[in-house]
Ligand binder design. Structure first.
Ligand code: SF4
Ligand code: SF4
Length: 482
């Protein structure tokens, strides 16, 4: 059973060959899944208890295959079971007792899926794939708890409950990482070969460079510049507030200039995206309750988020509590007030006193913005407002970059393939900067471009707007927004 636990965490035996070709080990893994299906052996483990993938969702799939070309793992492997249609069939098979929940093929597919939701966005039958995958992962994880052993369960608990469950601990760990980075120990580990020796090369390569000053929500209130349009609650985030804190500070400034009073209530916490995507919906609900309460007490009009992955989870709190009559209505009310920063600014209008940025910029669409939230034009509209900036589109801008929460740790090979694909597409535009709207994408695309030998920078759209304001203010001699 420990082998099955390992298979779900990383499935190291499932290695891929070149695009569209599979290695023998991968063929074996898929054959194993197919054999289990063909045998129709009575399944020892099925879906039980809370969070069961709903049959009215998977039964809506008419197997048309229109989603296949949009699926990154299918595009890379051309294997049916690595496609949305294939995964839906596997979930249905487990639900109908024809396939074991803990069969390696099933666990591998639940892990290999990026949860990018590209399939959901194009499905003509309206199959809400996210409502299948997250419960299916949660079911697998609950079943594996007995099998993983205390050490693996403890590590998982530390990561999902302790680290992401408490922003003070997240800041403490981030500060230690900051110290390691500033003392040059990270670079030393890479150059000396120590990182490779301990198998941590990729992890170190992808680790974000921590900000010098973290964004800490301490019940601050920043006044609107000019006439006030709204009072907004700013969700500072966990990774965003420690590794990309300058984006949080820039978000405050841009919102002020857009006529918003900005609140940063200390009661907020992590949104739960990482925990929900990792198949722990119970932990996700605990985090969600904290944010719902904090927002209700704040009196703000909107809940603003500058990370696309977090935004889609926050907007889906209603579904997270659909089995909980006590919290469901509150979660639905909360979700209706959540806005991605680009969507919100495009909606209320920004301060148009922007300065020139002479640059060619391409835009990498975060999956959870374009597919899960269906926001495509707002980020582009904002970029086009910056004088001097030329926006050029890259090929496959909405194909996942392979970041997907902790996917680059659980599925490093597929993650790397998608990262290289994205970096090549971005570099081919000839742009000097790649804009995005999610910290995970920012890290992944940065790492991909670095490996490509490209000097293209990767910036959040808000950083570009903030910089444009600074340039404009400097040219007019206007004092900067505090
Ligand atoms: S597009 Fe929708 S209905 Fe068609 S195969 Fe994909 S999930 Fe099923
Ligand atoms: S969520 Fe993304 S990776 Fe998963 S099946 Fe759908 S398109 Fe493929």
């Amino acid at each position: 059973m420990d082998e099955q636990a390992d298979a779900f965490e990383s499935h190291p035996e499932a290695r891929y060959g070149g695009a569209g070709r599979m290695s023998d080990a991968t063929v074996a893994a898929h054959e194993e899944a197919a054999a289990t299906l063909a045998d129709f052996a009575p399944a020892a483990n099925g879906f039980t208890g809370r969070d069961i993938p709903p049959d009215d969702v998977f039964n809506r799939c008419v197997r048309c295959g229109l989603c296949l070309p949009t699926c990154p793992t299918y595009v890379e492997t051309m294997v049916e079971t690595s496609s949305p249609r294939g995964r839906i069939a596997l979930i249905k098979s487990v639900a109908e007792g024809q396939l074991d929940l803990l069969s390696p093929g099933f666990m591998h597919q639940m892990s290999e899926c990026l949860d990018c939701r590209a399939c959901e966005a194009v499905c003509p039958s309206g199959v809400e794939y996210g409502k299948l995958l997250e419960p299916a992962r949660t079911q697998v994880n609950r079943a594996l708890e007995q099998e993983r052993g205390p050490i693996k369960n403890f590590v998982r608990h530390l990561l999902l409950h302790v680290l992401f469950g408490n922003l003070a601990i997240m800041r403490l760990v981030s500060r230690v990482l900051w110290l390691v980075q500033r003392l040059g120990l990270q670079a030393f580990a890479q150059k000396s070969g120590l990182a490779r020796l301990f198998g941590m090369e990729k992890m170190i390569d992808l680790a974000p460079r921590m900000s010098d000053t973290f964004f800490v929500a301490r019940d601050q209130r920043w006044e609107a510049t000019g006439a006030k349009k709204a009072t907004v609650f700013l969700h500072g985030g966990c990774i965003m507030a420690t590794a990309f804190a300058e984006i949080d500070f820039a978000t405050v400034r841009v919102l002020q200039r857009a006529g918003c009073e900005v609140l940063a209530p200390a009661a907020q916490g992590c949104c739960g995206a990482i925990t929900v995507h990792a198949g722990d919906m119970d932990a996700g609900r605990e985090l969600a309750k904290r944010n719902i309460e904090a927002f209700e007490q704040s009196g703000a009009d909107y809940y603003i988020i500058n990370a696309a992955g977090c935004g889609s989870t926050l907007k889906e709190y209603g579904h997270l509590f659909h089995e909980d009559p006590q919290w469901h209505a509150r979660a639905v009310r909360f979700a209706a007030k959540v806005r991605d920063i680009t969507e919100f600014l495009d909606e209320i209008g920004i301060d148009e006193n922007l300065g020139r940025i002479e640059a060619t910029v391409t835009y990498q669409e975060p999956c959870h913005l374009v597919h899960a939230q269906r926001i495509t034009q707002a980020p582009r509209n904002l970029l086009r407002k910056i004088p001097g900036l030329t926006l050029v589109e890259m090929d496959e801008s909405s194909l996942c970059c392979g970041s997907a929460g902790i996917y680059n740790l659980t599925q490093p090979e597929m993650s790397q393939r998608l990262m290289e694909r994205k970096a090549k597409n971005a570099a081919a535009t000839g742009a000097s900067c790649c804009a995005t709207a999610n910290p995970g994408c920012q890290l992944q695309v940065q790492a991909g471009l670095r490996r490509e030998g490209s000097e293209m920078s990767v910036r959040h759209i808000i950083e570009l707007l903030d910089e444009s304001y600074r340039v404009g203010d400097a040219s007019r001699g206007t004092p900067a927004t505090p």
